[in-house]
Design a protein around this ligand. Structure first.
Ligand code: SF4
Ligand code: SF4
Length: 300
């Protein structure tokens, strides 16, 4: 079976499809959403993270690093994202595990074996395995092989996608996955480009295609205050979705700040720290555009 790069395998997931699931996060994503909850999965390659709270400032990492331009022992976080070549020397020598590499090459058999260990929970709860990311279709051959093997072993599969990929890839995965979790951010094309780094035209086209060929789709919409929570935007989205088939439910996912630390650990700035997560009172009215069109709509 093909192999690929996995950033994490998370057991007992309760928010990535029905029942108890294992979520496999594959590395690589073509979008750069400012609010990304899994920034460690954006790059297709393994990446270094630095956990400042574990650092005792011994300076070993900078001493052993062949790339660090300045050996500032008092500042071990010194812009490592700019020069790091992921050689792993600082990880091997750090006495407190303050530095780690995220992203590991795994064979398909290793991934499926890890997932299958919790099969009893899937069977009891109606769960299974969800492939997420990053964008799992970014590693299309790896994903297809994983889905095929999970199907042969009788495990329910879901794919969480941003929809930005060649149309033929969507069609290939549509034939292999039991459920799609399709993320939609914005209908406004100019805003979509500004907030995610790419146009939404391909995403909307792929969603239309998918809906013609698959009938188990959950639409997931992250609600980001000041970005896509205005009634006009959500009305436009609901009107578009109402013309499609195959959508079983809509999940409105309230913005949260839990990924701030992840961005910092990667040495990146997080530009939305000033936003407050929307409360239940703010979220409830946003469901109306969808419930009015007959969609089963869930907050969270
Ligand atoms: S080696 Fe580890 S503990 Fe020492 S300065 Fe570097 S990150 Fe901090
Ligand atoms: S992993 Fe990056 S920061 Fe660490 S020693 Fe290697 S090049 Fe330097």
């Amino acid at each position: 079976m093909a192999d690929g790069i996995v950033s994490n395998i998370q057991k007992f997931s309760l928010h990535d499809g029905p029942g108890i699931r294992t979520t496999v996060f594959l590395k690589g994503c073509p979008l750069r959403c400012e609010w990304c909850h899994n920034p460690e999965s954006q790059s297709a390659e393994p990446e270094l993270i630095f956990m400042e709270n574990r650092c005792i400032r011994c300076g070993t990492c900078l001493t052993v690093c062949p790339e660090a331009p300045e050996k500032k022992a008092e500042n071990p976080s010194f812009e490592f994202a700019r020069y790091c070549r992921r050689c792993g020397k600082c990880v091997d020598n750090c006495p407190t595990t303050a530095r780690q590499i995220i992203g590991q090459r795994m064979s398909g058999d290793e991934v499926v074996d890890a997932v299958a260990r919790d099969r009893i929970f899937y069977d009891q709860s109606g769960g299974g395995v969800t492939f997420s990311g990053g964008e799992p279709l970014h590693q299309i051959d790896f994903l297809a092989a994983l889905l095929q093997t999970c199907r042969e072993r009788g495990m329910h599969t879901a794919v969480d996608t941003c929809g930005y990929c060649p149309g033929k890839h969507i069609m290939r995965i549509a034939a292999l996955a039991d459920l799609f979790l399709f993320d939609l951010k914005l209908m406004d094309g100019e805003k979509h480009l500004r907030w995610t780094g790419v146009s939404n035209q391909l995403i909307l086209k792929n969603l239309q295609t998918l809906c013609q060929h698959h009938d188990h789709i959950w639409l997931r919409i992250p609600i980001i205050p000041g970005v896509n929570d205005d009634p006009q935007e959500l009305e436009s989205m609901a009107a578009f979705l109402a013309r499609l088939s195959g959508i079983r439910q809509i999940n409105l996912l309230p913005y949260h700040k839990m990924s701030i630390q992840k961005h910092h650990r990667l040495g990146r700035k997080y530009r939305l720290a000033h936003l407050d997560p929307p409360g239940r009172d703010s979220m409830e009215p946003l469901t109306r555009a969808f419930t009015a069109r007959g969609f089963h709509t869930v907050i969270g």
